[in-house]
Write a protein that binds this ligand. Structure first.
Ligand code: NDP
Length: 390
């Protein structure tokens, strides 16, 4: 039986994970389930899966959660200290599926406590890739990507010499606005941006998919996870979302990972690694699919992607700044303070401001530095957003 903690249990990835666990409860003992605002789901999941503890990350919801679970025998924790406590409890594997930079510290703590990390929270690798890898290496635990593209690369690399990798190709659906003009995209609403042609995901990642900020984070995540140089990473628009990534080797071979757009594949792979178990995902009929299409992304339409490659060139902790500024810009777009294309403008300004003056010489292995850079990105992004209303 595997001891499993799920950070971000109430989200899209968390719920897909619980869907898998529901089918084989006898194989998993749940150590911790965490959520933030969605107390109803957290309560019903806690009652169904009987974790040792349940955590509400938003401290103000703690009393409500405690009330609902009183008499259940399940320990209830709240706020950042509750998350810390849960992450430090012994587990065989922890799923990192909190959205945003808030997922960084629980993931690091879980690895330090000896858990293998199934990593959906790409922001951790973007903000603190070096620290995440060093922590995994120091603790001798696996860092298993759950992002479908990175899971695909990880799977294609099993048994391969990483020195023989020439390039990786990440695919992107192109999001909700692939066929829209720039003028139309500039006027889009948060509601329009929060629909995805192929994947069913949380609101924030869906909007990030439309802007390709999500793919941009994945470019940085790929560099960090697989120790790639910027010129080894390519992005292709692949509207069918069936080929998740390709790995090209120095002999010219190109290995593609093909599968349905269902996160339960990558989650199940990570939970069962290094074994493969039966998973309840669709088996593709290639004769029905007929064809796979690819096109190059337009950097003018998707400025986030251009900025991600800039981050790769800058290195150091520019990823922490990029991610933090992106999170604030996304909040501002959802709150209708700025337009869709303004998000990239805000992030670009923050990168320019910081890396024209300072920030390139701090130690990326120091968590305090990561958090400092994250805060700087947030403060500067807020300043840039204020300029839109003045
Ligand atoms: P959701 O928004 O659906 O869920 C996010 C989870 O994080 C919820 O459990 C939420 O709690 C919790 N949460 C939100 N804010 C905080 C906070 N400040 N502190 C602690 N917990 C918090 O996101 P997704 O499941 O879509 O994505 C999760 C992560 O996985 C992201 O990093 C995303 O990029 C990545 N990912 C997602 C994919 C997908 O298909 N959805 C695919 C690949 C990667 P509550 O709901 O209770 O508020």
């Amino acid at each position: 039986m595997k001891r499993l903690s799920i950070f971000g249990a109430t989200g899209s990835i968390g719920q897909s994970t619980l869907d898998l666990i529901r089918r084989e409860k006898e194989n998993f003992q749940i150590v911790a389930l965490t959520g933030a605002h969605n107390i109803d789901d957290l309560v019903s999941d806690a009652l169904e899966f009987r974790p040792d503890c349940v955590v509400c990350a938003i401290a103000s919801h703690f009393n409500t959660l405690k009330e609902h679970l009183s008499g259940s025998g399940i320990e209830v924790l709240g706020g950042p200290s509750g998350l810390k406590d849960a992450a430090e409890r012994p587990a065989d594997i922890a799923l990192s599926a909190i959205v945003g930079a808030a997922g960084l510290e629980p993931g690091l703590r879980a690895m330090k406590a000896g858990a293998h990390l199934a990593l959906a929270n790409k922001e951790s690798m973007v903000a603190a890739g070096a620290l995440m890898k060093k922590t995994a290496a120091d603790k001798n635990v696996n860092l298993i990507p759950v992002d479908s593209e990175h899971s695909a690369i990880f799977q294609a690399l099993i048994g391969e010499d990483s020195n023989s990798v020439e390039r990786v190709i990440l695919t992107a659906s192109g999001g909700a606005f692939r066929n829209w003009s720039l003028e139309k995209i500039a006027r889009t609403t948060p509601e329009q941006a929060a629909t995805h042609p192929n994947w069913d995901m949380g609101q924030r990642i869906t909007i990030d998919s439309a802007s390709l900020f999500n793919k941009s984070l994945e470019v940085i995540e790929a560099k960090e996870l697989f120790d790639l140089n910027p010129d080894q990473i390519e992005v292709l628009i692949h509207p069918q979302s069936l080929i998740h990534a390709l790995v090209g080797f120095r002999d010219g071979a190109l290995m593609a990972h093909i599968g349905p757009p269902d996160m339960r594949h990558a989650i199940g792979f990570a939970l069962n690694y290094p074994s493969r178990k039966h998973l309840p995902v669709e088996r593709l009929d290639l004769t029905k699919i007929g064809q796979f299409d690819f096109e190059k992304p337009d950097f003018e339409k998707y400025p986030a992607l251009r900025l991600a490659f800039q981050v790769l060139e800058i290195g150091q902790l520019s990823g922490a700044l990029y991610n933090a500024a992106k999170e604030i810009a996304l909040d501002a777009f959802i709150g209708r303070k700025i337009g869709f294309l303004d998000m990239a403008h805000v992030v670009e300004r923050v990168l320019e401001r910081t890396f024209a003056t300072s920030g390139s010489s701090v130690d990326p292995l120091n968590l305090e530095n990561v958090l400092m850079m994250d805060q700087m990105g947030r403060d500067q992004a807020n300043e840039e957003i204020l300029k839109f209303s003045s």
